[in-house]
Design a protein around this ligand. Sequence first.
Ligand code: AMP
Length: 216
Amino acid sequence: MRVIFLGPPGSGKGTQAKRLQETRRIPQVSTGDLLRQAVRDGTELGREAKGYMDSGGLVPDQLVIDLLLERIEQDDCENGFILDGFPRTVKQADALEQALAAKAKPIDAVINFEIELGILVERLVGRRVCPKGHGEWHVKFNPPRTAGICDVCGEALIQREDDQEDRIRTRMETYRRDTEPLIGFYRQRDLLHGVNALGSMQDVSEQIEAIFAERY
Ligand code: AMP
């Protein structure tokens, strides 16, 4: 099963992708996570990407396309994957479509997380993440067991540089301009399924399961 989770920043894609990864045993592939790991590792890609990421803009298409296509070549993606945060532009969607067509392994479904952008600012400003990449929490909606501490490794949680309010507004504009056109792109291909992303984590998870139960 090859699936794309499409939606604005903070719409819950990452959380739901992690859940589906557990239930379906296929990996979540997040270009945001891969890029943050490259920044932490201090690789050339990480150094190149950091400025774009911190400003709330997009990393240039070709860098992300190469990163993603290399990742989905790995063995754990053999039986499918959940793309979280990719594609984010029509150019990325075209590149993905061509690469998968060449292997006769096309995308099966695109889940569109539908939510008003205005609501997302509160979700994102309260988000706290583990600096070692163990996950994310929210000060109000999904607090860790001990305030400010990663449940997995005990490190102090941090706020992402791009989760500050001015950066969030830039990310929303970027989403509207560059990523929203993908809704039409995938609707045209009859792959698009909408979920109401305003519900609880459980509720959204059930909507997604219902879509897959119908198809797989
Ligand atoms: P995310 O964790 O998905 O919100 O991604 C964090 C940041 O990484 C984004 O604001 C972009 O700067 C960059 N990024 C992640 N995925 C992509 C992508 N598919 N295309 C371009 N930039 C990306």
